[in-house]
Design a protein around this ligand. Structure first.
Ligand code: CA
Length: 482
């Protein structure tokens, strides 16, 4: 059972000053001190320009080393600064997960002419034109890198589709023609076939592409001494490739090389099917739980908290779910905006940080800041991280039995003296709940760890405590030390 805490160490609006890897390096000790055991770093490959967050990826082999796209560094700094940050994190036993953007490529060096067919954006299996010649941005030769590390050059036949015809300026989704060419299989079924997401879509049915991408995965993992990867946009990538890719990287880096996939869909069946297709050799972000928390935060007291964990991935596959509250895509103004409202963040973080199941991930924007705006949630996250490391051990007993006040008990583990806790979450009035923390705890005095409530609770002879929670808040009850 994993017991760590991941931090997504970036948000969308980080300044384009190339100082981020330096900042991360300086923060390594602090991250260790607050209990972070892994960081998911932002996509570190050269993008379309220095101010590219990294998802507009240009060159997989340029980690801020070559003068390409008008800049040597990426938004976050140079490759050397990245390596130094990773070394420092490793000093503090913090694992580093690389954000691997493999679905597409952007910012091609030149256009090529080739045959393509337009498809219906809402049903990509439906072709809506005859094949005709278009001029697309599909030629990549990376002149600034001069074949260092790898001499693979990309052409239109390494891609399945693109979205722009330079010859006449027409935007559409173009399926590239060629022998055996089609959208990939093993992708999400939304829009008929969701292989195409953006830019030049990589063709994972092309054997040269498959070998090249596996080579890259082995290279980058070794070059940066990575401990794992966060795989971007996997619902748009042939699942058979992802399986083969992870096998190849793990063959070189060891079977513990970590992987979590971003399969962004509010549908537990799709997540479950994906895990099965990958033989359960990957974790997935718990997108269904995120949407439950989002919904709870928008509905206030009308949300029935008994449903908070309904259809959550963490319930179905506790060992494979990365639980999170928000990320760079769900944050305000982003593509998949569904930001959990501020008042519910304490409830959401208490849930993911104190529950037994899942691998929790804290969002940089919730802990530090979004743009220039400091987060108001840092203090409560610090308190919850502290509670997690001291008390959140042992089996869990749920009390999801009231629409506005729910909670659970962690029974504690002898390895951690005085561990065990009682959590209550409220979205309505002040509440209370009798919960059993174990008969062996009779006579103990418990207090509320976040400071929200000043009263104390005495555990009765049966192990019950009558725990309180303020309306619309959280309460974390633990044993008072003598
Ligand atoms: Ca794709």
């Amino acid at each position: 059972m994993k017991n760590g805490v991941m931090m997504q160490y970036f948000e969308w609006n980080i300044p384009d000053d190339g100082k981020f890897w330096e900042l991360l390096k300086k923060d390594a000790k602090h991250l260790h001190d607050i209990g972070i055991t892994a960081v998911w770093i932002p996509p570190a490959c050269k993008g379309t320009k220095s101010n590219d967050v990294g998802y507009g990826i240009y060159d997989l082999y340029d980690l801020g080393e070559f003068d390409q796209k008008g800049t040597v560094r990426t938004k976050y700094g140079t490759k050397n600064e990245l390596k130094e940050a990773i070394e420092e994190l490793h000093k503090y036993k913090i694992s580093v997960y690389f954000d691997a953007v493999m679905n597409h490529k952007a910012g091609a060096d030149y256009t090529e002419k080739f045959l393509a067919k337009e498809v219906d954006p809402n049903n990509r299996d439906k072709v809506v034109s005859e094949p005709y010649e278009i001029e697309g941005w599909t030629g990549f030769d990376f002149p600034g890198r001069k074949n260092k590390y790898c001499d693979f050059k990309w052409h239109y036949f390494h891609f399945t589709g693109t979205d722009y015809n330079q010859a006449n300026g027409k935007k559409a989704i173009y399926l590239i023609e060629g022998e055996g060419k089609s959208w990939g299989e093993g992708v999400d079924g939304e829009n008929g076939n969701y292989d195409y997401l953006m830019y030049a879509d990589i063709d994972f049915d092309h054997p040269d592409v498959v070998e090249h991408m596996k080579d890259w995965g082995r290279w980058v993992a070794k070059e940066l001494n990575l401990d794992g990867m966060r795989l971007d946009a996997i619902k748009h990538i042939n699942e058979g490739f992802i399986k083969e890719f992870l096998k190849a990287v793990r063959a070189e880096r060891g079977k513990d090389f970590y992987a979590v996939g971003e399969y962004w869909k509010q549908d537990i069946n799709s997540l479950n099917e994906y895990l099965s297709a990958l033989d359960y050799n990957i974790d997935l972000f718990d997108v269904t739980l995120h949407y439950n928390m989002y919904q709870a935060s928008t509905q206030g007291r009308d949300y029935d908290l008994r449903n908070l964990l309904s259809d959550a991935l963490v319930k179905l596959h506790p060992e494979l779910a990365v639980t999170f509250v928000d990320n760079h895509d769900s944050q305000w103004g982003s593509s998949l905006e569904s930001q959990v409202k501020s008042w519910f963040k304490p409830q959401a973080y208490a849930l993911i940080l104190l529950m037994k199941e899942g691998y929790p991930c804290i969002f940089y924007g919730d802990y530090y800041r979004i743009g220039d705006e400091e987060s108001p949630h840092r203090l409560i996250i610090d308190i919850l991280l502290n509670a997690r490391s001291k008390y959140a051990y042992g089996d869990q007993v749920d009390y999801f039995d009231h629409p506005n006040t729910v909670g659970f008990v962690r029974l504690g583990d002898k390895k951690y003296p005085n561990s065990g806790l009682a959590l209550l979450l409220s979205n309505g009035e002040n509440g209370n709940k009798v919960m059993n923390v174990g008969q062996n705890r009779k006579g103990e005095i418990w207090y509320e760890f976040t400071g929200n409530i000043k009263d104390e609770v005495t555990i009765d002879e049966n192990g019950n405590g009558n725990f309180l929670v303020e309306g619309g808040n959280i309460a974390v009850w633990v044993k008072k030390s003598e």
